[in-house]
Design a protein around this ligand. Structure first.
Ligand code: TXA
Ligand code: MG
Length: 316
C-alpha cells in the first residue's frame, strides 16, 4: 500500500503524524534542506525499521532533530562554542556533532552507539510544529533509498519510499535544497564533517578557519569517493559542451537542457540541484554532463554532492 500524503501545515495532519511517531511509525517530513524520514529517537524498533526502509547497508549515525537549544541540551553537551553556533544559526541548516549527554533519550541504534550525537533544529514551520507538539527528538535521515538523490519534494519521497513508510507530510519544495552542513564541536575546536546548506564562510565568522574531516560518506580508502546522491545515469563533471548521448546540466552562461541558475546564483543552484538531476535522469540519457560550478559559498556543497554522484558505483 502506498503511504498517504497529507498537507504539512494542517492541524489534523500534524496530530496524525505525532500519533504515528509516538506509536513507532515512520513519517516523512519537510525541512528547509531536504525531506527527512522521521522516527522517535528513543524507539529502537522504530529506528531499526527506518534503516530497513531506506535499505541502508550499515548503521550510519543519524541526526536528531530538535525544536531548539532547550531540547538539544537533553541530548548533547554544549561547549561555549557549540552554544554560540546554535544561537547564531538555529533554526537552520547546521548540524552540530557534540558529546552525547549521559541521559540522552536516544536509542543506541540512533547514533550507532557512538559517544557523540548529531543535533539540528530545522527551520521549517511544519517540522517545528511537529517537534513542539511531540516534545520528543526525531531522528531523520534524508527520505530516500540509500545512495539515491535526496528528496526536495513530497513526490520525490513517494517515488522512492511509498511502500515502506507510514505517511508523507507535504510542505512543498524545500527552500535550501541541500542537506545541512555538519560540524563537530569538541570544546573550542570545530571541524567540518560535511559541507551543506550553510556556507563555510558564515560558520568561520564564529569558529575561525575550519578543518575539513572525512564524514562517514567520505572516502573509505585514499582516492576512493563513495558513490552517493547518484542518479541512474552516469555523471560527467566540468563539462562545457554536450557530447553524443548526453544531457547537460547547465550553470550561468552554459545553458544546457536545464540551467541550475542562468544568473549564476549558487543559492538558486543549490535549491534546484536534486530536482534537476532527477528530471534529467528521466530523459533516459546514458550520461548527465554537468557544467563547472564555482567552489565558493554553497558551491562547496554543490560540488561535493556532484563528485559523489559521479563517483564509481558500488557494483556489489
Ligand atoms: O539536512 C539534513 O541534514 C537532512 C535533513 C533531513 O535534516 N538529514 C540528513 O541526514 O542529511 P543523513 O542521515 O542523510 O546524514 C547525516 C550525516 C551523515 O553524514 C552522518 O555521518 C553524520 O550526519 N553524523 C550523524 N551523527 C554523527 C556523529 N555522531 N558523528 C559524526 N557524524 C555524524
Ligand atoms: Mg542522505
Amino acid at each position: 500500500m502506498s503511504a498517504p500524503l497529507l498537507p504539512a501545515l494542517d492541524k489534523t495532519s500534524l496530530t496524525h503524524a505525532a500519533t504515528l511517531l509516538r506509536g513507532g511509525g515512520l513519517v516523512a517530513i519537510p525541512t528547509e534542506t531536504v525531506y527527512g524520514l522521521a522516527a522517535n529517537a528513543a524507539d529502537a524498533d522504530a529506528v531499526a525499521r527506518l534503516y530497513e526502509a531506506k535499505g541502508r547497508p550499515r548503521f550510519n549515525p543519524l541526526i536528531a532533530h530538535v525544536s531548539g537549544l532547550e531540547m538539544a541540551k537533553r541530548l548533547g553537551v554544549f561547549s561555549e562554542l557549540a552554544q554560540a553556533l546554535a544561537e547564531e544559526f538555529w533554526p537552520g541548516p547546521l548540524t552540530l556533532v557534540l558529546p552525547k549527554h549521559r541521559d540522552a533519550p536516544l536509542c543506541d541504534l540512533a547514533n550507532a552507539g557512538l559517544d557523540s550525537v548529531a543535533l539540528r533544529a530545522p527551520a521549517h514551520e511544519a517540522a517545528q510544529a511537529l517537534l513542539r507538539e511531540l516534545d520528543l527528538p526525531l531522528v531523520a535521515p534524508s527520505a530516500n533509498p540509500s545512495g539515491a538523490i535526496s528528496p526536495t519534494t513530497a513526490q520525490h519521497v513517494l517515488d522512492g519510499l511509498s511502500e515502506t513508510i507510514d505517511l508523507v507530510l507535504d510542505g512543498g519544495p524545500c527552500p535550501v535544497g541541500l542537506e545541512s552542513t555538519v560540524v563537530a564541536v569538541d570544546g573550542d575546536q570545530a571541524t567540518l564533517l560535511r559541507p551543506g546548506g550553510l556556507a563555510r564562510s558564515a560558520i568561520e565568522k564564529i569558529t575561525g578557519p575550519l578543518a575539513m574531516a572525512g564524514d562517514s560518506d567520505a572516502p573509505q580508502s585514499p582516492g576512493m569517493l563513495k558513490s552517493h546522491y547518484a542518479p541512474n545515469a552516469a555523471v560527467r563533471l566540468n563539462a562545457t559542451t554536450r557530447r553524443d548521448g548526453e544531457v547537460l546540466l547547465g550553470f550561468g552562461s552554459i545553458a544546457g537542457d536545464i540551467n541550475l541558475s542562468a544568473r549564476g546564483d549558487l543559492v538558486e543552484a543549490a535549491t534546484r540541484l536534486f530536482a534537476a538531476l532527477r528530471e534529467l535522469d528521466t530523459k533516459g540519457a546514458k550520461t548527465i554532463a554537468v557544467a563547472p560550478i564555482p567552489a565558493e559559498g554553497l558551491g562547496e556543497a554543490i560540488n561535493d554532492r556532484l563528485r559523489r554522484a559521479a563517483a564509481p558505483r558500488d557494483t556489489a
